[in-house]
Design a protein around this ligand. Structure first.
Ligand SMILES: Cc1cc2nc3c(=O)[nH]c(=O)nc-3n(C[C@H](O)[C@H](O)[C@H](O)COP(=O)(O)OP(=O)(O)OC[C@H]3O[C@@H](n4cnc5c(N)ncnc54)[C@H](O)[C@@H]3O)c2cc1C
Length: 377
């Protein structure tokens, strides 16, 4: 049989696209036994679907491209779509919308909304090419033919639940450029000089991290392998190489804080004692009042407000929530998500070179780009 549309990948983007096209003959190809493995495990099992505040600034990628796509299907449109299908997401943390009880609610919604489509599970996509009047997809279960092709195979993060780079291969085989993929929303590993932070494994505290001109205020977790937690994950999206700066005392002025002339600096710093001790040790600072410190010591103490260092790398794809990079957007039309090189070829979701911050922005992107593609198919 020849389909109107073959969707590659039964993840967030693929399912949303199928759900939008009830009158089309659709085949969704997926190598897992079930759809939407990432929706299931996301947001601590409750899936952070979207965010009350949606703006281009929450994304890494071409702002004009992203703006055009989001304007066609934004967070309000998504919530209306979910409500229409009986799902009422709730705001839990910092304006983030989650499923009420379990991510399963969202997966079930999509399965119901795409009942008209054929699903080929346990089917590994091998390649895709042009046929006479559309596309041919080579899989472990043979060839499928479709008039349109939507590549929604996601990124490289979490191979353990199905991620592969097949979408990039297919895009390149059609002449598209792929911006080199990298792990993102991921913990950062440390150089040996930053070993003192590893000794604080398990400790979490609010910080402000600067990467270039961007600042991220949230919790940071000291981990065995390096640093993690929401502030670090967000920062990792914009970090490639080079230094980041951590303010361990956001919103506090050191001089005001340490004004007591007789009390030691250590006793006046409102941070976990373990941290303060490790910091003083690594900076070779004496346990004396601030006023009794030499100018050099005061300078070293000021690193509490601006600790600059170059992370060694990231925790990698096994821990990364997303993959940045992907199919370059210059050869995709943001009004349709159609390739500018091959008619009938569409892209949606994480496979594209658009990546969001923590907070529901990646599912919103997957859904927005899928709806834009579906509307023009
Ligand atoms: C642990 C974790 C938690 C997350 N939490 C959140 C969150 O709360 N909020 C948020 O916005 N984002 C979250 N994300 C990111 C979000 O899950 C992704 O950005 C989103 O799923 C991307 O959707 P997609 O449809 O593009 O790709 P995916 O959902 O990854 O779907 C791609 C599909 O293609 C299939 N596939 C891949 N290769 C092949 C092949 N060769 N043959 C056949 N099938 C193939 C995969 O099995 C998969 O089903 C999280 C990610 C992880 C890993």
């Amino acid at each position: 049989m020849r389909y109107d549309l073959i969707v590659l990948g039964a993840g967030a983007a693929g399912l949303m696209a199928a759900a939008q096209l009830p009158r089309k003959r659709i085949l969704v190809v997926e190598h897992n036994v079930r759809p939407a493995a990432k929706i299931e495990i996301s947001g601590g099992g409750r899936c952070n679907i979207t965010n009350r505040h949606l703006s281009v600034g929450e994304y890494l990628g071409d702002p004009d491209f992203i703006r055009t796509v989001l304007a066609r299907f934004d967070n309000d449109d998504l919530l209306r779509f979910l409500n229409r299908h009986g799902l009422e997401p709730v705001v839990r943390k910092k304006d983030q919308f989650f499923c009420q009880e379990s991510s399963r609610e969202l997966v079930d919604l999509f399965l119901k909304a795409s009942e008209h489509a054929d699903f080929s599970y346990e089917t590994n996509i091998v390649s895709a090419g042009k046929s006479e009047d559309g596309f041919v997809v080579e899989t472990s279960r043979g060839r499928f033919f479709g008039r349109h092709l939507l590549v929604a195979t996601g990124g490289l993060s979490y191979a353990s639940i199905g991620a592969t780079g097949i979408g990039y291969d297919i895009a390149e085989s059609f002449g598209h450029t792929v911006v080199p993929p990298r792990p993102a929303l991921v913990g950062l590993t440390l150089q040996p000089e930053e070993g003192w932070m590893k000794s604080l494994s398990g400790l979490s505290m609010p910080v402000e991290i600067s990467v270039g001109r961007r600042r991220f205020s949230d919790e940071m977790l000291f981990a065995h392998r390096g640093i993690s937690g929401p502030a670090v994950l967000d920062a990792s999206l914009f970090w490639n190489r080079g230094k980041i700066t951590i303010d361990f005392l956001p919103g506090v002025k050191l001089r005001t804080l340490l004004k007591h002339p007789k009390r030691t600096a250590v006793s006046q710093i409102p941070l976990p004692r373990r941290f303060v001790q490790a910091f003083f040790d690594t900076q070779n600072l004496p346990n004396v009042p601030y006023a009794a410190m030499t100018e050099k010591q005061k300078q070293r103490l000021s690193y509490l407000k601006s600790y600059a260092f170059a992370p060694a790398g990231t925790f990698g794809y096994t821990k990364a929530e997303v993959t940045k990079g992907g199919v370059a957007t210059d050869m995709i039309d943001p009004e349709t998500m159609q390739s500018r090189l091959v008619e009938g070829l569409f892209f949606a979701g994480e496979v594209v070179d658009v990546t969001g911050r923590l907070g529901g922005y990646n599912f919103q992107w997957a859904f927005s780009s899928a709806v834009v593609a579906a509307k023009s198919i």
